[in-house]
Design a protein around this ligand. Structure first.
Ligand SMILES: C[S@@+](CC[C@H](N)C(=O)[O-])C[C@H]1O[C@@H](n2cnc3c(N)ncnc32)[C@H](O)[C@@H]1O
Length: 277
């Protein structure tokens, strides 16, 4: 597949027709339209990665954000991590995502949280970002790289838009022993799933000019979280769960993801890197 075909297929996977209306209906069950929502209230709905808001909190803590930081959340989904960063650190955050439906929902939810003055969103492709060189002090990339075949181009683009000394915080699935069982939340089959081992990820990042300040295998933590989550009750708040966003087969995809990790086919990597001068 060419990069253009991959982009089209991935965008289709996250098409999210009618998403903002579905979210409005789900939210109406917890609070009337017009009432401000908190980042914590939305957390069961708007963090599309293993360990949800806990993982975003940890990664953000390691990234050293300040109120003056200009932050890009690349592959921002419906904006949960971006809102968390702005609300917790007081920084300005831009979210970019391939899916126009996600960007529409992200913009709506951010207005509902009264954060539109600090968090903005636009549709775009991580490989062709509409920003000048050195435009950001930090870039977040959570559970996105596995949809991107050309990692060298991705990491080079992140390097370009970061200021010298800026931080790149990434949290992703990595390949362990392979033979991944599909569908998983990011891909229906292997044609749009581009997993690298942790070692190959590190090589690609270093070639692009990054040095690791945090490099952590979070596979066991992810496994423990899956065990606790699958054994426990559904998320609190009527209607507030990721199935609202990702559709009825989301649970089956998530079960496959947990199985891939349990069977050592996939691992989980958290890393914070500095952009070389
Ligand atoms: C599993 S979701 C993670 C969303 C968000 N980072 C989070 O953790 O809540 C993956 C996201 O990556 C986006 N994505 C995939 N490939 C992309 C690309 N080439 N450029 C921009 N976004 C992309 C998808 O549209 C989707 O929203």
């Amino acid at each position: 597949m060419t990069d253009t075909t991959i982009t089209t297929t991935v965008r289709e996977h996250y098409r999210a027709t009618g998403l903002t209306d579905r979210i409005k209906s789900a939210l109406a069950t917890i609070t009337p339209e017009g009432q401000t929502l908190t980042v914590a209230q939305l957390a069961p709905l708007d963090q599309f990665h293993i360990r949800g808001i806990l993982a975003t909190e940890e990664l953000a803590g390691a990234a050293g954000l300040k109120p003056s930081s200009r932050v890009l959340d690349l592959g921002c989904g419906i904006g949960g991590p971006a809102r968390y960063l702005a609300a917790s650190f007081g920084c300005m955050v831009t979210g970019v995502d391939l899916s126009p439906g996600f960007i529409d929902a992200a913009t709506y939810l951010t207005a509902r949280c009264a954060l539109s003055d600090r968090v903005t969103f636009q549709a775009g492709d991580a490989l062709h970002l509409p920003f000048e060189d050195s435009a950001f002090d930090a870039v977040f990339l959570q559970h996105v790289a596995m949809n991107i075949q050309d990692r060298a181009a991705l990491y080079t683009e992140v390097h370009r838009i970061l200021t010298p000394g800026g931080r790149f915080a990434t949290y992703d699935l990595v390949l362990r022993n392979g033979d991944v069982v599909y569908p998983v939340p990011w891909a229906r089959d292997a044609s749009t799933s581009f997993l690298l081992s942790a070692g190959d990820t590190r090589t690609a990042l270093e070639r692009a000019g990054f040095q690791a300040v945090l490099w952590r295998d979070d596979t066991q933590t992810a496994l423990d979280w899956f065990k606790a989550t699958l054994a426990g009750p559904p998320p609190s708040g009527p209607g507030l769960n990721l199935g609202v966003v990702l559709g009825p087969d989301f649970l089956a995809m998530t079960a496959n993801l947990a199985r891939n990790i349990r069977d050592d086919r996939l691992g989980v990597l958290s890393a914070v890197l500095t952009r070389g001068m």
